[in-house]
Design a protein around this ligand. Structure first.
Ligand code: ADP
Length: 283
């Protein structure tokens, strides 16, 4: 059976962005993992159990007054597999403990507010794992690429985002930021699948094909995000996503790493156990 030792380097280190170039990034690599797809899938099944146990501890502590939470930010190109991460990684934990939010084109109401307004509303509650499918980073990605606001407006957002995230971390949220990348070829295959399978039509959006023409502009915008908002308190991880089994395993490990870092014990009983046992027996 596969063992956790099939990681040759800890996942946080293997994926740390640290000045890497988006344009040269190998989206088909499996950094830090020595095994093949079969070993990866077997390990994922094992590690899902570990993740589930840790999540329950986080939840239990949240119910007992611990204010901490975890926020997984999934930001990636179309077809990178954000939905698959939500279904296959987050799907292995108790849904009660998950605060999930996805961010599409802002609604009329959202447009009337500061871009962080809708983000703040969806931040995870104490004891929860928050999952953002897209995020405030859209406001320096799609917005920058399509010039939806003037450059001086998006330009000042990087610092603003850093301040926002600093506060979040100070208030007890562990941020896991994951930038997901597929190659242009792999994206073409995945979009073609959406056109060839009846169970995938619903995912197809003709605009996704138009977006492919902006690939270099997106790479540049992602590079700026990694360079300017990768901080010690909220670092970016660059996730190669051509192999879905790898990206799912890697995100599972990132979550396990973050939750383990919280050193979560089971909350102690706030009642006299013997007394309650006696009362129960007498009831
Ligand atoms: P998905 O494509 O992830 O399945 P949706 O169909 O809801 O999800 O659409 C997401 C779209 O919304 C993407 O094209 C994304 O770039 C866009 N979007 C998200 N945030 C913003 C924003 N702040 N401004 C403009 N467009 C945005």
């Amino acid at each position: 059976m596969a063992k956790a030792t099939t990681w040759s380097v800890p996942v946080t280190k293997a994926l740390r962005a640290d000045g890497a170039k988006v344009r040269k990034f190998d989206t088909s690599a499996t950094p830090g993992f020595k095994g093949n797809k079969r070993a990866g899938e077997a390990l994922l099944a094992e590690r899902a159990q570990v993740l589930s146990d840790l999540q329950e501890r986080l939840y239990a502590n949240g119910r007992s007054g611990d204010q901490r939470s975890v926020l997984l930010v999934l930001q990636g190109m179309d077809t990178a597999g954000k939905g698959g991460i939500v279904r296959h990684v987050i799907g292995s934990v108790d849904p009660q403990g998950v605060d999930h939010a996805s961010f599409g084109v802002p609604t009329d109401t959202e447009k009337k507010h500061h871009y962080l307004w809708r983000i703040r509303k969806e931040l995870p509650r104490a004891g929860q794992i928050g999952v953002f499918d897209r995020s405030h980073y859209e406001d320096v990605l799609v917005v920058r690429v399509h010039e939806l606001v003037e450059p001086p407006v998006w330009e000042k957002r990087y610092d603003e985002i850093n301040k926002f995230e600093r506060k979040l971390v100070d208030e007890g949220t562990t941020l896991i930021k994951v930038a997901m990348f597929v190659s242009l070829d792999e994206q073409k295959k995945r979009l073609m699948q959406r056109l060839e399978r009846t169970d995938k039509y619903w995912k197809f959006n003709p605009a996704d094909i138009d977006e492919r023409a902006y690939w270099p502009a997106y790479q540049e915008a992602y590079q700026a995000v990694l360079d300017r908002t990768g901080t010690e308190y909220a670092p970016w991880h660059m996730l190669p996503c051509d192999h879905k089994w790898y990206s799912r395993l890697a995100v599972t490990e990132l979550l396990i790493d973050a939750l383990t870092g919280l050193k979560l014990e089971w909350p102690s009983a706030k009642f006299d156990i013997e007394e309650q046992k006696r009362r129960l027996l007498e009831s």
